[in-house]
Write a protein that binds this ligand. Sequence first.
Ligand SMILES: *Cc1c(COP(=O)(O)O)cnc(C)c1O
Length: 469
Amino acid sequence: MAGSVSNGLAELGKRGLPEEAAAAAAEPLPEELEPEVAEGIREIVMGRNVHASCFAVKEPDADDEVTGEREATMAGVLARYRRCLIERTKHHLGYPYNLDFDYGALAQLQHFSINNLGDPFIESNYGVHSRQFEVGVLDWFARLWDLEKDEYWGYITNCGTEGNLHGILVGREVFPDGVLYASRESHYSVFKAARMYRMDCVKVETLVSGEIDCTDFGRKLFENKDKPAIINVNIGTTVKGAVDDLDLVIETLEKTGFQNRFYIHCDGALFGLMMPFVKLAPKVSFKKPIGSVSVSGHKFVGCPMPCGVQITRLKHINALASNVEYLASRDATIMGSRNGHAPIFLWYTLNRKGYRGFQKEVQKCLRNAHYLKDRLRNAGISAMLNELSSTVVFERPKDEEFVRRWQLACEGNISHVVVMPSVTINKLDSFLNELVEKRVTWYQEGICQSPCIAGDVGQHNCLCTMHKV
Ligand SMILES: *Cc1c(COP(=O)(O)O)cnc(C)c1O
């Protein structure tokens, strides 16, 4: 919970580094905190990478308590680690985490073991909980997605994945013989759910933008007409930030004869809380025939610990729940113990920013994303930015060290930056300047050319030698 108080970065954009942090950031990092620089591509070898740079647990010496040496060593490690976090936070662009926050007011709560085990709406016998905050946050989200207080059920999850695991499980309980449909660009947690629940799963093709291809969806529905359909709809795909066309998905289901034989889970981990604030964006709403929506709390919202929100219809939850005497509660969640601090962080942010605060931040993110895309293109770099999205997709930088330094997420020949509120124009400028400078050495005339990524982003977005006009 040490990271739960102000990290000092909220002030970065406005006033520069706090003095102490600036001094620390100026010094080179101690060796064990430098990101490992392996030769070429970092291999994923289970159980190797982390061990090379871990902080070992040392058994205390007999006289440590007298000399105080152990305390001093531990304090030293923590201080160096903190410096590393400040440095790594400054150079973070690839993952959709809003790292700009100040939760100093909540520091006083880290002395408590707050646990919301069981159902948010039924008090268990464990009294050190934060259900008051949890239900307040859930009410806010239910209202955002047009579901009445007495018609919804939900809970604060440990992450976006848990929301998907729950939504798909509810769908499976409503339609036990249902087939799961998800576009091939859906998050890996959706396919994990299919494996865990041993569900038949059909992967649907995508358009170049990354959206689900409803022509292919219709075809595949037709092939499994005898079984109900459980569909994962993406409100922002992980890699390209594409938003599936919910209305077209529903229309396709109805046209193929699936009336009342489908369950839709909306994976809004990424943009679930951005879309409602984008002008002209289609609405995610329970007025439409959807079953559940989930969103991550540590992405756009900016919680310092992984968490998420899951909302579904109350009538569905009875298909899932069972009573547990030991808890004096109902069991309808995926996990048992649940982080009771997370709802307080969410509550705090929602209160501070409110609807209008989020709207402003979304607008800023979209503006900065356009700025990044335009500057990449002007520098001759292939780039794509979907409408409704703040994820800028571009050619994968040639140098893995550069990728690691900016913590970019890559897939094949493409890479992306997800523009969150903590990604300022300043940060983008220093990234762009560095990238443009490095590219000169990567792609010297005649020696080697930048990759063609037309297959990923479409010909009109590709600026390789073959496609540039
Ligand atoms: C991040 C993400 C998830 C999973 O969220 P976690 O909180 O990392 O478990 C699911 N779906 C999409 C589209 C995401 O971007």
